[in-house]
Design a protein around this ligand. Structure first.
Ligand SMILES: [Zn+2]
Length: 239
């Protein structure tokens, strides 16, 4: 199954590159019809399996049974020689407690990640994911928020911040206004927790303002949301 998935992924990549005219940007892609060899390990995430694979990886992380390190050397050689074909695009927070590959026990070449304090979408993030989807074969998107997110808490607090940091409130506040109002009688912690989740859902919808991502979703791309708990290491996927 993995072999078929990877071969199919490579075919899709080459087709997308031809359409998008991005071959020069991915000069490491295989040429002459050479198929990407299948990894000898349980690496890679097939279409439709992203949530299950990420959940399984997170369970390994929580249990201390991580294994992605076992196939890193092989994946470095493989992706260096044949190019990348990551499976899941992830919009996550820059928070140092949320190292995305580690918490999902994934390795080199698996995830296409943008990290931004407060995990909010930007034109640069959108362009990055459009590239991942159109040229690299990303078949699943995940917006990953986390508990105790300083950027979301700053947006909730609404205090003046120096430098460029007012962008946190500007970009996140529209995502959380309704959740803040709905939870204002339940205490500060409830407001923060609801705001973190509301921000994830808002950014999931915002990604779909991109015609390329919207079209990919119409053709079967999954857009997932999840919250990482910085106290337990567990990821909770949103329904
Ligand atoms: Zn954060």
């Amino acid at each position: 199954m993995i072999q078929n998935a990877r071969t199919s992924s490579t075919t899709r990549l080459l087709a997308a590159l031809a359409v998008a005219g991005l071959a020069a940007a991915c000069a490491t892609a295989p040429s002459g019809g050479t198929a990407t060899p299948a990894p000898a390990t349980d690496a890679g995430i097939a279409r439709g399996q992203a949530r299950a694979k990420l959940e399984a990886g997170n369970r390994r992380f929580v249990a201390g049974g991580m294994r992605a390190h076992a196939w890193q050397d092989e994946r470095v050689v493989q992706t260096g020689q044949f190019g990348q074909s990551p499976s899941v695009g992830i919009l996550s927070c820059a928070d140092s407690r949320v190292p995305v590959e580690i918490i999902f026990d994934q390795g080199v070449g698996d995830l296409f990640v943008v990290r931004m304090a407060g995990n909010f979408d930007t034109p640069g993030a959108t362009a990055t994911f459009e590239y991942g989807v159109a040229a690299l074969g990303v078949h699943t998107m995940l917006v990953l928020g986390h508990t105790k997110c300083g950027a979301v808490i700053a947006a909730v607090d609404g205090k003046d911040l120096p430098g460029s940091m007012p962008i946190f409130a500007r970009e996140i506040r529209p995502a959380i206004e309704a959740a803040m109002a709905a939870n204002k009688d339940k205490g500060a912690q409830a407001v923060i927790d609801a705001s973190i989740e509301a921000n994830v859902r808002f950014q999931m919808r915002k990604l779909e303002e991109s015609a390329i991502l919207r079209d990919a979703k119409a053709k079967g791309m999954q857009v997932l949301g999840a919250i990482y708990d910085v106290d337990t290491g567990k990821v909770r996927f949103l329904d």
